[in-house]
Design a binder for this molecule. Structure first.
Ligand code: GLC
Length: 358
């Protein structure tokens, strides 16, 4: 579309976005008045990044990533507005009631949140890899929890987290669970999320809560996500790794682990269709339900060729922004990383694909 026409279409959506390039989706859709704050908050998340493989490893440093505050300076200087902070609480909490979270770990995470907020970043802090709630095998450092306690422990951990952060500014959002799947099918997830939401609301009546659909936050499962209608302080997240055969080629934790590096290119017409189709479902759902969409994860793993990763990243980022979605890239400095911790340099082409205006 020619830029002038696009600008005209966008008139009227002012204030709903702080992206450098205003999103097309926001131009044609105006949320009801009661939902404007949610769309504004989601717009303010703008362009973000995941601090992946740091605090959601079973034990800190276990996956080779060691945190220090200067990483946050890099993130800010690059131009990101939001830090998604994946956290594995489940290896740092008692396996039996009252499921107390380790005080040192609590302090550690609170320090990261404070350092990010001090730098004016929005922070979306989550619970990542609580393996037993999805009925997945245990990881290292994870104590077995009695079946009857698995959900209770989830609520109890959130009760502690919510109460600890209740006085924090609105720039801190809670994402109650990363990628519910398997045991947490659509029905079960709706129930578990709703109880957890109620637990959090006791101490955080106004906190922005991020929630995604079952099936690993796949947009296809949005149609089955049932949210409490009266709670208008919910931001809906999807994860988007299509075309998966490209983004996850050779990734050891997937069924594509035996694929050799650089065996799938990107992005031909059918791959683009595969990329756009769930996004268009999400647009329709969002406008019908009046809930804003934040793409909390997307990215291509390092086994794909760099020029193809750059192409994919630019196409995906533009596809989100054209639909009015904000996003956080997966992730800063590990297997999908846009920053190389060895050379301490940005992978400039990838960074530009994310943060450029075209
Ligand atoms: C999910 C997983 C994370 C993985 C990423 C990309 O967030 O929890 O471990 O690295 O997706 O596959």
């Amino acid at each position: 579309m020619n830029p002038k026409k696009r600008q005209t279409l966008l008139a009227g959506s002012a204030g709903l976005t702080c992206l450098a390039v205003p999103p097309l989706g926001a131009a044609t859709y105006q949320p009801p008045k009661a939902d404007k704050p949610a769309f504004e908050f989601c717009a303010a998340l703008a362009r973000g990044i995941n601090l992946g493989n740091f605090f959601e490893a079973p034990i800190e440093n276990y996956w080779g990533m060691s945190y220090d505050e200067s990483l946050l300076d890099l993130i800010v200087q690059a131009g990101f507005k939001t830090l998604r902070l994946p956290v594995r609480w489940s290896t740092r909490a008692l396996a039996t009631a009252p499921f107390t979270i380790d005080p040192d770990f609590f302090n550690r995470i609170e320090g990261v949140v404070q350092a990010a907020l001090k730098r004016n970043l929005h922070v979306v802090m989550n619970m990542h890899h609580y393996r037993q709630i999805n009925d997945e095998p245990l990881d290292e450092a994870e104590a077995a929890v009695a079946t009857k306690d698995v959900d209770e422990r989830f609520f109890a951990m959130w009760q502690q987290i919510a109460s600890r952060f209740s006085g924090y500014p609105a720039q801190l959002a809670f994402e109650l669970l990363n990628e519910p799947h398997k045991r947490l099918n659509e029905t079960k997830w709706n129930q578990v999320f709703e109880r957890c939401r109620q637990t959090v609301r006791v101490t955080n009546p106004n906190r922005w809560i991020v929630v995604g659909p079952a099936q690993w936050n796949n947009a296809q499962a949005l149609k089955d996500l049932v949210l409490e209608k009266t709670d208008r302080r919910l931001i809906v997240t999807i994860h988007h790794y299509n075309p998966f055969e490209f983004t996850h080629q050779g990734a050891s934790w997937t069924k594509l682990k035996d694929q050799s590096a650089n065996s799938v290119d990107c992005c031909d017409a059918s791959q683009l269709n595969n990329m756009f189709q769930p996004l268009d479902l999400a647009v329709a759902w969002s406008q019908q339900q009046h809930r804003p969409i934040w793409v909390g994860e997307f990215g291509a793993y390092q086994k794909a060729a760099m020029p193809a990763r750059v192409r994919y990243t630019r196409l995906a980022r533009k596809a989100f922004e054209e639909r009015g979605f904000t996003w956080a890239y997966w992730e800063l400095a590990s297997g999908f990383g846009i920053w190389d911790p060895k050379t301490k340099r940005w992978r400039e082409d990838l960074k530009q694909a994310l943060l450029g205006n075209s």
